[in-house]
Design a protein around this ligand. Structure first.
Ligand SMILES: Cc1cc2nc3c(=O)[nH]c(=O)nc-3n(C[C@H](O)[C@H](O)[C@H](O)COP(=O)(O)OP(=O)(O)OC[C@H]3O[C@@H](n4cnc5c(N)ncnc54)[C@H](O)[C@@H]3O)c2cc1C
Length: 419
């Protein structure tokens, strides 16, 4: 996160190194690199507890993977996904009598493509600087209604809501459409999806190995003071002084531990996030393949699994990984324990007898701002603060919470400010 001349996750550091910066330090609180790319070995297999997949337009991740010697190309099970009702019964949403629904979705997707290209050019650019369209501050469901493509919410919910990014009645369209730009949305329709043999974490572990200065692990930053002499950063190992700082951790958490000024306190207090929970669970009657549960992708079904992932299709002796949200704006969040109980009860009711929970993660997920704050110019304000007091802001909230948007935004920070 922090650095002597500069700092960031492995990708960001590699980009700085390529620009000729050799004096940097990366401070990582955890005992491993990767953050939300977390691929532990469970029952001898790499299992994704965090990020899973990419699509063919993940250009920055592809470049970083090549530099790390970790190309895409892992299990192809994502191309085979079932759909289930909340009671676990399998169904087919787009075949037989429902065939017309698939045709309507493709028609509306092409219509949306035309609308975005003609009325909102640049909507898919990385980060939220450069172009600003007030319409894109609307919650996605309102934006889709306004443009006559409301049926698409069903299609977008699978790679959005079930992937932990929240609910279309509250999330500004700008975020959804930067992530699910038309090529990405089509890649999900055609299942043109990437995985990595040893998991997404292996990309960032590989990158860390090719850096001149690998991340200093077990180094949580506990205080930051900025003055005319530099940036003084405190970890359990002591205080070091640096020239500049790139913050890649949640900005509201940074404001709480740093000598934040009024602008930082005010703006970063507006950041919202989701609480997203993953469980790796050994079950009897292991399903052959993954499954979406679309009816669970609503705010009144908090805690219920929205999707489960069977990474090695048809293979025995592996956990399924379940994905559930535990918060919704204006509602008291479920606890991690309540969420676990809900997930386990659902699996049991589906006849998937739970043998053991191998891993549980509750993630700080998808930092973003509300439609109101987006419309009021949060990004213009915060982008205008870049570089003040020797500090640059990167990480998920500045673009979108996926691997490619965050690494691509970091490239932008390096290109814009570290020439
Ligand atoms: C369950 C799940 C599924 C996902 N699926 C996908 C997917 O399929 N495809 C995709 O592209 N993306 C996916 N993502 C999102 C993706 O993993 C993240 O958007 C991306 O990894 C964000 O990278 P980041 O470096 O900005 O933040 P993070 O990965 O959150 O890293 C932040 C780092 O900062 C460290 N840190 C925090 N505080 C401090 C401190 N005080 N001092 C020092 N270090 C600190 C943390 O330990 C962490 O390592 C998924 C995420 C999860 C959780």
């Amino acid at each position: 996160m922090y650095h002597r001349r500069r700092t960031g996750r492995a990708g960001r550091r590699l980009l700085l190194q390529k620009k000729g910066y050799h004096d940097y330090t990366v401070l990582e609180a955890n005992d491993r690199v990767g953050g939300k790319t977390y691929s532990p070995k469970l029952r001898g297999k790499s299992i994704e507890m965090g990020a899973i997949m990419g699509v063919p337009n993940y250009d920055t991740v592809k470049e970083l993977g090549a530099a790390a010697g970790v190309p895409e190309g892992g299990p192809e099970s994502l191309a085979h996904t079932d759909f289930r009702r909340p009671d676990g019964k399998l169904y087919r949403p787009f075949t037989g009598l429902n065939l017309w629904k698939g045709a309507r979705l493709m028609y509306q997707l092409n219509k949306l493509d035309r609308i975005l290209k003609s009325r909102y050019p640049g909507y898919d650019a990385n980060g939220h600087y450069g172009t600003f369209y007030p319409d894109l501050a609307l919650p996605l469901s309102k934006f889709f209604e306004k443009n006559g493509v409301a049926a698409l919410t069903d299609l977008y919910a699978q790679p959005f809501t079930s992937f932990g990014y929240g609910y279309f009645e509250v999330v500004p369209a700008a975020y959804v459409l930067k992530y699910l730009d038309i090529p990405t949305a089509k890649a999900f329709v055609t299942n043109d999806l990437w995985t990595w043999e040893d998991g997404t974490q292996s990309i960032f572990e590989g990158l860390n190995k090719v850096l001149e200065h690998p991340a200093v692990l077990n180094s949580p930053v506990t205080a930051v003071v900025r003055d005319q002499d530099g940036v003084h950063v405190t970890t359990p190992a002591g205080t070091q002084t640096y020239d500049q700082l790139i913050v890649t951790t949640p900005l509201e958490q940074f404001a709480a531990l740093a000598d934040a000024d009024q602008d930082e306190r005010t703006e970063f207090a507006k950041i919202l996030h989701n609480d997203y929970v993953t469980h790796a669970i050994m079950v009897r009657n292991l399903p052959k393949q993954s499954s979406f549960i679309p009816d669970n992708m609503t705010g009144d079904r908090l805690g219920h699994p929205m999707v489960f992932y069977v990474r090695y299709m048809g293979e025995p002796d592996q956990p399924i990984v379940t994905y559930a949200l535990r918060n919704y704006p204006g509602k008291p969040p479920l606890s991690v324990e309540e969420t676990r109980e809900t997930v386990l009860a659902d699996l049991k009711s589906w006849g998937l007898w739970v043998e053991e929970v191998l891993d549980e993660q509750s993630w700080y997920y998808f930092p973003h701002v509300s439609s109101e704050d987006y419309a009021a110019g949060w990004y213009a304000k915060v982008e205008g603060m870049q570089g003040r007091r020797r500090t640059y802001y990167a990480g998920e909230v500045m673009s979108f919470g996926d691997m490619d948007e965050t690494t691509n935004y970091s490239r932008g920070i390096v290109d814009r400010f570290f020439g």
